[in-house]
Write a new protein. Structure first.
Lengths: 195, 197
């Protein structure tokens, strides 16, 4: 740097020295206040965000737990002494005593061919193979045309007269094929519903 | 006031630590950074605008931006001082554009007088007198913006060329050449105003 440049620099330094040295103290106070408020606001928002996130997390965990919990079979067994009144002509008489046997309610049961209405489910009679301790996710209902004696073999109480006939029966099967409950079907019902 | 001798000097790590604390919401860190840089920023704005109110407004805006968007600063891109001066520079430019205060000297006037004053060694002798400093300030304010910036940063704020280059986002060589030219223009302007014999 030559002499004139040095002089110029000196002069500029002097100019800088006589210039106002800073902003007013009021500005500093105002900015510090603003920083304090802004930080507090940011902290509050962060807290709210974290709380919301935690709430969402808890809700989603709870929901997933509820959804993943194995469903109870919702089968109610009514332990009452079996009182079976054998039918005269059609099978209606046999269907009625179902209420007096351990009844199976399967409102959530999935059926391969059609849904079982709760009223219908009430008419099923639990077989000896039915074990309420075993969790059942869904049941399948199959309709069978079989000799009455076969019903006796699976533990369904039938009269001697019915045992000699061929009957239509809806059987609730577990996933492993075990028959859990059974009901006899009226012939008229067969025509209307089992299409 | 705990102000660094040069805003861009060796306090880089201290500044970064203060900034880190500021981002976490520590009021003391903000206070310390403010005390360190409000003076240099204010003076930069004052020299650029020649107006105390505007300089105060610019200083306020720089620090408000720091408060509202503390995460805008990227340490990888430069120093805290450079970042603050960069904001101040942009704000000053915007405001000067708006207020039409920056009226650069006509290029033909500058070209014609630079050569005449360049070799005059006694020209600036009188400038050491305090009463002539006002002339110098007027001359600085009369410089075109890009030259005024380098004079303010390098001569007034005593920034190094690389630091000034970081603020101005140009190569250090450009800063040096602009500064040389700015000084020549200042001399010419002072002579033209009759401030120096």
């Amino acid at each position: 740097m030559n002499q004139p440049d040095n002089r110029m620099s000196d002069a500029l330094r002097r100019l800088n020295a006589v210039a106002p040295q800073g902003a007013s103290p009021a500005l500093g106070d105002m900015l510090k206040d603003e920083f304090r408020h802004h930080s507090a606001r940011r902290r509050r928002m962060q807290t709210v965000r974290i709380s919301l996130l935690a709430a969402c997390l808890i809700a989603s965990v709870g929901l997933s737990l509820i959804l993943s919990r194995p469903r109870a079979p919702n089968i109610r067994v009514v332990h009452e002494p079996p009182q079976i009144a054998p039918p005269e002509v059609n099978l209606a008489g046999l269907i009625e005593p179902a209420a007096s046997h351990p009844a199976v309610q399967t409102p959530r049961a999935r059926v391969r061919t059609r849904k079982i209405a709760p009223a219908e489910a009430d008419r099923f009679v639990a077989l000896p193979t039915f074990d309420p301790a075993i969790p059942i996710d869904h049941l399948e209902m199959v309709r069978l045309d079989l000799p009455g004696r076969a019903l006796q073999l699976v533990g369904f109480p039938v009269s001697e007269e019915i045992a000699e006939r061929r009957v239509l029966a809806d059987v609730l099967l577990a996933q492993d094929g075990t028959p859990y409950a059974l009901r006899l079907v009226r012939s008229s019902e067969t025509k209307e519903q089992w299409q | 006031m705990d102000e660094p001798a040069s805003p861009m000097a060796d306090s880089l790590s201290v500044d970064r630590e203060l900034y880190r604390q500021l981002v976490k919401g520590r009021e003391e860190a903000f206070g310390a950074l403010y005390e360190r840089y409000q003076g240099p920023i204010f003076r930069f704005a004052w020299h650029m605008s020649g107006n105390s109110a505007m300089a105060e407004d610019i200083t306020q805006e720089v620090f408000m931006l720091l408060i509202r968007n503390p995460k805008n600063y990227d340490p990888a891109k430069g120093s805290v001082a450079g970042y603050l001066f960069g904001i101040a520079r942009n704000l000053a430019r915007r405001r000067l554009d708006r207020s039409r205060l920056d009226e650069p000297l006509a290029e033909d006037w500058m070209e014609g007088n630079e050569s005449n004053v360049a070799g005059d060694t006694d020209l600036l002798g009188d400038l050491t007198r305090t009463e002539l400093l006002h002339c110098l300030q007027k001359a600085v304010l009369g410089l075109p913006e890009q030259y005024r910036e380098v004079v303010v940063l390098c001569d007034l704020a005593e920034m190094s060329y690389p630091d000034a280059a970081a603020v101005l986002q140009c190569p250090p060589g450009t800063v040096a050449s602009r500064l040389h030219r700015a000084r020549a223009m200042l001399k010419a302007r002072l002579e033209c105003q009759g401030c120096v014999k």
